[in-house]
Design a protein around this ligand. Structure first.
Ligand SMILES: Cc1cc2nc3c(=O)[nH]c(=O)nc-3n(C[C@H](O)[C@H](O)[C@H](O)COP(=O)(O)OP(=O)(O)OC[C@H]3O[C@@H](n4cnc5c(N)ncnc54)[C@H](O)[C@@H]3O)c2cc1C
Ligand SMILES: NC(=O)c1ccc[n+]([C@@H]2O[C@H](COP(=O)([O-])OP(=O)(O)OC[C@H]3O[C@@H](n4cnc5c(N)ncnc54)[C@H](OP(=O)(O)O)[C@@H]3O)[C@@H](O)[C@H]2O)c1
Ligand SMILES: *[C@@H]1O[C@H](CO)[C@@H](O)[C@H](O)[C@H]1NC(C)=O
Ligand SMILES: *[C@@H]1O[C@H](CO)[C@@H](O)[C@H](O)[C@H]1NC(C)=O
Ligand SMILES: *[C@@H]1O[C@H](CO)[C@@H](O)[C@H](O)[C@H]1NC(C)=O
Length: 449
């Protein structure tokens, strides 16, 4: 128990997750001292801070954001927002990325978070320390550098650390035999900014996640000839003009030709990896034992807490989720753990829980690299955390509206971003297409509970 001493929490990163963590910590001055938020760059917003340049900032650190010039959100603003801070009313449902950055600036100002952020400060190491009087006998040394200048490092002591460093900035490039023999241009979607430089070119895109699909549409608009190479079931919805599908690229032949899994070949001018990102926590003490293997971060109780060091929280590693509300729920859950309103199980019980959970997912045929993909399970996860932590769950319309948008996207990825949604009450919402026609809702609302 904290007693009279307030808990000091460090937050690593001032993207959407770090801001959300700070917002909740500051709302509880009874229990928590003002947080320290460490932010590597000069800006809040992380992913939503578009950088035209690729490569490195002036100070030599790698450019963080994977944002491209014309990106619009793939989640309607009605459910993309933090539940306690809606997007501006005048905006349509799918906004340009500049509006999301503005929104995060407004969130930051509204909850007066800026004074607690140390800009231009990169966390270099996070080390657990045994103490007599701390939370569960544990404290944390957080060592940070001013910029990348390692000669001026500072160490501060905290009761807990929330890791919010983002997970879409370190490109994952699969090992493809012979890749070095490819003679055209190789690029990862992290370094994609706009379609014009690829106008009219032949392009193989590897990976049909949201980046692969969205970039295929952008390239189609500039008359590129695109082969979308991926390992999922062939897409059945209408594809953009000039886009064909192929199975994954499996090797590059001696003359630089790409070979697909079905034996067919292509010799494009550009080979673009839309293959996603690696998780990376370069500052975490190895002693903590958090491992990344095949896109799984492990072992974490409720995808958040290493059982052996339960005052460390790795926020936002789940995939195929609705990010801002997810951070909102996870942050409040962290507070409930730290203030004692939710008592964590013993280390052994948490380890058991993780083991069983992963085994159950594997038994359902889920590959290791997909274990963190919550998808439709995110709603039960959110509700469980709210229940355990004793705080307000998301409004009832949230899951139904979000899942319905996914159905619209699967049916028509070319046009779903022209829809406008309207929330009517805690349960109901409606949606209009670009002509102002009200559309039929694709999923029944679960009226129980
Ligand atoms: C191309 C793209 C499109 C997306 N579109 C959508 C969308 O439409 N809707 C949606 O809801 N989500 C979308 N997302 C997901 C998006 O990542 C989340 O919305 C959200 O921005 C994640 O926030 P975060 O705080 O976890 O990470 P980030 O936004 O990446 O922020 C992490 C912050 O931590 C800082 N940092 C990292 N390491 C350190 C360190 N060692 N020390 C100090 N600071 C550090 C970084 O500088 C950064 O500011 C998209 C993502 C991508 C890549
Ligand atoms: N607002 C928008 O419209 C928009 C646009 C782009 C991105 N985003 C967001 O950005 C985030 C990152 O998305 P992302 O698409 O870059 O990453 P991602 O979701 O991790 O998708 C990467 C894809 O690449 C595939 N892949 C990896 N290696 C492969 C290989 N060797 N062969 C074939 N396929 C391979 C993966 O398939 P497996 O899973 O089978 O390995 C996966 O489908 C997501 O949160 C997404 O929502 C949003
Ligand atoms: C933590 O920091 C203090 C003060 O800088 C230092 O004396 C101590 O050795 C550090 N402990 C660990 C485990 O890093
Ligand atoms: C990213 O992950 C791949 C495979 O998981 C690995 O080979 C590669 O070394 C990782 N890259 C970095 C920079 O950690
Ligand atoms: C969606 O809503 C916005 C804001 O109210 C409006 O400007 C826009 O015209 C609407 N678009 C459609 C397709 O209804």
């Amino acid at each position: 128990m904290p007693g009279v001493r307030k808990l000091r929490v460090a937050v690593i990163g001032a993207g959407a997750a770090g801001l959300c963590a700070a917002r909740h910590l500051l709302s509880r001055p009874d229990t928590f001292a003002a947080p320290v938020v460490y932010e590597l760059t000069k800006n809040i917003g992380g992913t939503w801070v578009y950088e035209e340049k690729v490569g490195h900032y002036e100070d030599g650190s790698p450019i963080h954001s994977s944002m491209y010039r014309d990106l619009r959100t793939n989640i309607p603003k009605e459910v993309m927002s933090f539940p306690d801070f809606p997007f501006a009313k005048h905006l349509s449902s799918f906004v340009h990325h500049t509006e999301v950055r503005k929104y995060l600036e407004q969130y930051c100002d509204h909850f007066r978070l800026r004074d607690y952020i140390q800009f231009g400060t990169s966390v270099a190491s996070v080390n657990p320390v045994s103490v007599k009087d701390g939370w569960n006998g544990l404290a944390w040394n957080v060592t940070s550098n001013n910029g990348l200048d390692h000669s001026k490092s500072t160490t501060e002591r905290f009761d807990a650390v929330m890791v919010c460093n983002g997970h879409f900035y370190d490109p994952y490039i699969p090992a493809i035999p012979g890749l070095e023999k490819f003679k055209g241009a190789l690029i990862h979607s992290h370094d994609y900014r706009s379609a014009e430089p690829l106008a009219g070119k032949s392009v193989v895109l590897l990976g049909a996640g949201l980046s692969g699909l969205d970039i295929a549409m952008e390239l189609s608009n500039v008359n590129a000839k695109v082969i979308l190479s991926h390992g999922q079931k062939p897409l059945t919805c209408p594809l953009p003009p000039g886009v064909q599908q192929a199975p994954p690229v499996t090797s590059v032949l001696d003359d630089g030709t790409l070979e697909f899994k079905d034996g067919k070949k292509a010799n494009p001018e550009v080979f673009m990896f839309c293959t996603g990102y690696n998780f990376t926590f370069p500052f975490l003490d190895e002693k903590v034992g958090v491992k990344v293997q095949e896109h799984l971060v492990w072992p974490l109780y409720k995808f958040l807490i290493p059982p052996a060091y339960p005052s460390l929280f790795i926020v936002g590693i789940c995939r195929a989720i609705c990010p801002f509300p997810h951070f909102h729920i996870q942050s409040q859950f962290v507070l409930s753990v730290l203030d004692g309103s939710f008592r964590l199980p013993s280390r052994e019980d948490m380890e058991k829980d993780i083991e069983l959970d992963i085994a159950a997912r594997r038994a359902r045929g889920i590959a290791t690299r997909h274990i963190l993909k919550l998808d439709s399970e995110q709603w039960a996860y959110n509700d469980e955390l709210a229940h355990l932590g004793g705080f307000k769950p998301l409004p009832r319309y949230w899951s139904n509206l979000y899942e319905s948008n996914k159905v619209f996207r699967a049916r028509d990825m070319l046009n779903y971003k022209t829809h406008n949604f309207t929330v009517l009450d805690n349960m109901e919402w409606k949606v209009h297409d670009v002509n102002g026609q009200q559309l039929q809702k694709p999923l029944a609302v679960n009226k129980q509970i």
